[in-house]
Design a protein around this ligand. Structure first.
Ligand code: ATP
Length: 499
């Protein structure tokens, strides 16, 4: 403000002098230079750095507001005793814990856990992102680190807190391995060194006890100095939620939403393997938006089903293929679905030919359980389902199309997985060291076997696939239950014919 008044005054005086016939150009040049220098000083002096969010609303998140993540919560709670009951820790001679590193995929609740830690320990909560410490001026990042820790101490005192939690998200940006080829490595090293210095300076006797919580998706990028004991003492894995965790997260995010009687959160949790907490939050939100669009008072099961499709595949798109292409897509998707049901009964949840994102159609499968490892049979089943689309097109329409190239790429990757896991006829081998001819033959053997398996399924159900595809063309989306009924009828008819 003062600067603006000064600038106004100076311009006024200069205008007066100009009117009296003085040469004001040298003065103008000097004033311009002065403002340029103060601007640079402002940036370097870091006056614009506001990395801290300390709103009370932000920190009022408790561990009960976080679904699943029981292991992460348990480990974190144990580590937080140092802030909660410091006397107990010091009486046993336990040194203070200086840092906790939360490691896990995006959207799994790392920020929520840090906020809940602050609420649980009644600590001041300050947060910043690693990218906020990266500047091209040497020394600015280090200064920001100092500011952050000083602010924790000062604001902690002002708000009568005994402790403060500093949360640095994307800490891999600021704490990446030194000498890893960054262009401004001097600045990076100074920033990281300052962080190490601040962490080393933390002590039990500090008036405000500070705990640093870092979050990253890439712990492998972090400098070893950060990971050594005495700095980030605890590394807590924050994984994608399991079925039970997904159910809890869905319950949390639907507690303020009116649900119709047909909504079964257990089923939704089962269908959403691989979803993070952020995906599930978005799913509940999207379901509510769809219900609102339809002017419904309650969120129904189909709203959730559509929201799952949207979260997985993206928004519906306007691009409409012509009639012939639509028929091909229907045949392709029905082929996938029938092979899936024949190989893994009750595995299809929905079949649709409504274009979304990059897909012109797709089938959504319901896993019977969360699984984290696969046998050769599991992978072969996946390959067969992937080939179902192309072979259905070939058998029914007489040719394949480019719509199958993504399926083939995935099928080849899966076949490579069989080889690299030592489950192929080659035994234990390194895929990278295999002569290309040997790798080709082995891939061909795996893929050909599945192609034959799929072809015989498609030939057996050919007329049924055509019927279902026709129905799909009319409705654009059909449920797995509908497909299973048709399959059952088909089986019944075949049995009667044999009798
Ligand atoms: P990133 O690595 O991308 O920074 P993150 O792991 O820090 O992500 P959060 O920011 O904590 O993820 O979560 C994003 C949103 O997802 C939260 O605001 C919340 O709505 C939802 N969410 C994530 N995990 C959970 C969970 N376990 N329980 C409830 N909600 C969750």
């Amino acid at each position: 403000m003062l600067k603006e008044i000064g600038a106004g005054l100076a311009l006024g005086i200069l205008a007066g002098l100009f009117a009296l016939g003085f040469n004001v150009y040298p003065f103008l040049l000097l004033i311009g230079l002065f403002f340029l220098l103060t601007r640079v000083a402002d940036i370097k002096g870091n006056k614009q750095f506001v990395p801290v969010s300390n709103s009370k609303a932000n920190t009022r998140i408790s561990f009960e507001d976080i679904g699943g993540q029981n292991t992460a919560k348990r480990e974190l709670l144990e580590a937080l005793d140092f802030l909660k009951v410091p006397e107990k820790m010091s009486s046993l001679g336990i040194r203070p814990l200086k840092g906790i590193l939360l490691v896990g995929p995006p959207g799994t609740g790392k920020t929520l856990l840090a906020k809940a830690a602050a609420y649980y320990t009644d600590s001041l909560f300050l947060s910043a992102a690693g990218s906020e410490f990266i500047e091209m001026y040497a020394g600015v990042g280090a200064q920001r680190i100092r500011q952050l820790f000083n602010q924790a101490r000062n604001s902690g005192k002002k708000s009568n807190k005994k402790s403060a939690i500093i949360f640095i998200d994307e800490i891999d940006i600021l704490g990446a391995k030194r000498g890893s080829g960054s262009s401004s490595h001097l600045e990076h090293e100074q920033t990281l060194n300052q962080l190490l210095v601040e962490m080393d300076g933390l002590s039990f006797n500090d008036e405000i006890k500070i705990l640093l919580i870092g979050a990253t998706n890439r712990a492998d990028l972090l400098d070893n100095a950060l990971l050594r004991p005495g700095r980030f003492d605890r590394i807590v894995q924050v994984e994608l939620p399991d079925q039970e965790g997904r159910l809890q997260i869905l319950q949390l995010h639907t507690r303020n939403k009116p649900l119709a009687d047909d909504v079964c959160l257990e089923n939704i949790a089962r269908e959403t393997f691989g979803f993070s907490g952020a995906h599930l939050e978005s799913l509940a939100n999207e379901a509510a938006i769809i219900a609102l669009r339809e002017k419904k008072k309650f969120l129904e099961n189909r709203h959730f089903s559509e929201a799952i499709d949207k979260v997985i595949m993206g928004e519906k798109i306007d691009r409409r293929p012509d009639k012939e292409e639509f028929w091909r897509i229907a045949v392709h998707e029905t082929g996938h679905a029938v092979v899936s049901e024949c190989i893994r009964s009750c595995s299809v949840s929905t079949i649709t030919i409504i274009p979304r994102g990059k897909a012109m159609g797709y089938i959504r499968q319901t896993p019977s359980k969360d699984s984290y490892i696969s046998t050769r049979e599991d992978i072969e089943e996946q390959i067969a389902i992937l080939l179902g689309g192309a072979i259905s097109e070939e058998e029914i329409l007489g040719s394949r199309s480019t719509g199958s190239s993504g399926d083939f790429q995935q099928a080849v990757e899966l076949a490579k997985k069989i080889i690299s896991a030592g489950m192929s006829s080659l035994g234990i081998v390194s895929v990278a060291d295999l002569p290309s001819g040997v790798l080709y033959d082995s891939l061909k053997e795996i893929l050909n076997a599945q192609e034959q398996r799929v072809r015989s399924i498609i030939r057996k159900y050919r007329s049924m696939i055509e019927n279902v595809a026709r129905y799909l063309l009319e409705k654009e989306k059909i449920s797995g239950a509908y497909l299973r009924n048709i399959l059952k009828e088909h089986e019944q008819r075949s049995r009667n014919e044999v009798c």
